[in-house]
Design a protein around this ligand. Structure first.
Ligand SMILES: Cc1ncc(COP(=O)(O)O)c(C=O)c1O
Length: 359
C-alpha cells in the first residue's frame, strides 16, 4: 500500500508495490550498465535477454503448450479488434458473442472489415446473464468465434473454457493470469497489460501455430501476425519499458506461487465483496451469480442518491477509483492480482460501516 491508499482502478491499474520498488531501485543504473533500461537498444543482448525471459515466464505461468507462440505487440487490446478479422476473416464469416461492452466493441470494429454473425447476445438483459457457451449458435463454417472472457465494465465473466468446432479467439485483458486455464482449448488469446501485467502499451498474444500460417500475407507487416512472430515481436522498436515491467510482474507471480495462488486469492477477494452485497437489500449486483467477475466487482445502492456519497466518502478514506464506468454508473471495485486482500478487507469494512450509517 502506498500513502495509505487502496487503488481500485480498472486500468491502468495497481502494480505490486514490491515490483515498483525494484524498478525504482534499478532504474537509473540498470545492472550497473550506466543507463536505464529504456535508454538502450532493443537489439542489445541485455534487452533481448529480458524480453526472452519474460516470454518464457508467461509460457510457464500459463502452461502454454509448445504448439502455441507468444507475441508481444503494441496498439493495446483495441488493435486486436481489427487485426483479428483482417488476418483471419478473409474467406469465411466469423461469429461474435455480444456479451458486454468490450465484446460489442470488438464486433463493431470487425463489421468495418467483414460480415459477422452474432452467435449469442446478452444485450437484451443488459449484459447481466450469458447463455451457456455450449448453447451459442455457431455456424460450423465460421472463420472463428470471438468473445471477451471477463467483461471489465459489466463485471460478468465466462466461467468455462470453450469447446467449439471452430477456432476460439478470446479477449482476456482483464482476467489473464488470475485463473488457471486449459490453453489447449483456445486458438488465440490476447490481453492488454495495464490490468494484470504492467503498463499500458504492450499486448500479449498467444496464438496457435496453424493460425500463424493462415494470417493474411497481403497485409502490411505491422498488421500481420506471422511477420511479428518472425521478427521475434521486434518488427519495429517495441515498448521496451512495458516488456521489462511485464517480466518483473511475471517473476513476482512465480515468487508468490503462480496462477493457482492468484486464482485462490481472486476467489477470496471477490467472495468477500459479493457476500456483503448479497447480505442485505442495501447493495445490489444484477449479474447472474454463477457468472460474476472475480476481477471487477460492480454494485449499485438501492437508494441511488447515496452512490455519490459512497464514492466521495470512500475516496476520502483512501479507497480510490470506485466510481463505475461512465457508460453504466454505480460502483466498481477492480481487484486484480496486485490488489492485496487487506485492501479488499478495508473496502469491505467501509461498505459495512456505510450501510450501518445510511441503511
Ligand atoms: C476486456 C477489455 N478489452 C479491451 C480493452 C481495451 O484495451 P486497450 O485500451 O489496451 O486497447 C479493455 C480496456 O479496459 C478491456 O477491459
Amino acid at each position: 500500500m502506498k500513502n495509505n491508499t487502496h487503488n481500485f482502478s480498472a486500468g491502468p491499474a495497481i502494480i505490486p508495490a514490491d515490483v515498483l520498488e525494484e524498478v525504482k531501485n534499478e532504474f537509473l543504473n540498470f545492472n550497473k550498465i550506466g543507463s536505464s533500461i529504456i535508454e538502450i537498444s532493443h537489439r542489445d543482448k541485455i534487452f533481448v535477454d529480458i524480453a526472452e525471459k519474460a516470454a518464457a515466464s508467461a509460457r510457464r505461468l500459463l502452461n502454454v503448450p509448445d504448439e502455441y507462440k507468444i507475441i508481444f505487440l503494441q496498439g493495446g487490446a483495441t488493435l486486436q479488434f481489427s487485426m483479428i478479422p483482417m488476418n483471419f476473416a478473409t474467406k469465411l464469416v466469423p461469429s461474435y458473442a455480444d456479451i458486454g461492452s468490450w465484446s460489442s466493441k470488438a464486433m463493431k470494429e470487425a463489421t468495418k472489415i467483414c460480415e459477422v454473425k452474432v452467435c449469442t447476445s446478452a444485450k437484451i438483459n443488459n449484459y447481466t446473464s450469458i447463455k451457456d457457451i455450449s448453447d451459442w449458435s455457431i455456424a460450423s463454417d465460421s472463420a472463428y468465434v470471438h468473445y471477451c472472457k471477463n467483461e471489465t465494465i459489466q463485471g460478468i465473466r465466462i466461467n468455462s473454457d470453450p469447446n467449439f468446432d471452430v477456432p476460439s479467439f478470446v479477449d482476456m485483458s482483464s482476467c489473464i493470469f488470475s485463473e488457471n486455464l486449459d490453453i489447449s482449448k483456445y486458438d488465440f488469446i490476447y490481453a492488454c497489460a495495464q490490468k494484470n501485467f504492467g503498463a499500458a502499451g504492450i499486448t500479449l498474444i498467444i496464438i496457435k501455430d496453424d493460425l500463424l500460417e493462415k494470417s493474411n500475407p497481403a497485409l502490411p507487416n505491422m498488421l500481420n501476425y506471422k511477420s511479428h512472430f518472425e521478427q521475434s515481436s521486434m518488427l519495429n522498436t517495441p515498448n521496451t519499458f512495458g516488456w521489462y515491467l511485464a517480466g518483473k510482474i511475471f517473476d513476482w507471480y512465480e515468487r508468490l506461487g503462480g496462477i493457482s495462488e492468484m486464482e485462490k486469492l481472486s476467489i477470496q477477494k471477490s467472495s468477500l465483496l459479493y457476500n456483503i452485497i448479497d447480505s442485505s437489500d442495501f447493495y445490489l449486483n444484477p449479474v447472474n451469480p454463477k457468472q460474476r467477475s472475480r476481477c471487477n466487482v460492480v454494485f449499485t445502492i438501492a437508494d441511488e442518491k447515496l452512490e455519490k456519497k459512497f464514492v466521495d466518502e470512500a475516496d476520502s478514506e483512501g479507497l480510490k477509483y470506485l466510481k463505475g464506468h461512465r457508460s453504466v454508473g454505480g460502483m466498481r471495485a477492480s481487484i486484480y492480482n496486485a490488489m492485496k486482500l487487506s485492501s479488499v478487507e478495508a473496502l469491505a469494512s467501509f461498505m459495512e460501516e456505510f450501510e450501518k450509517k445510511y441503511g
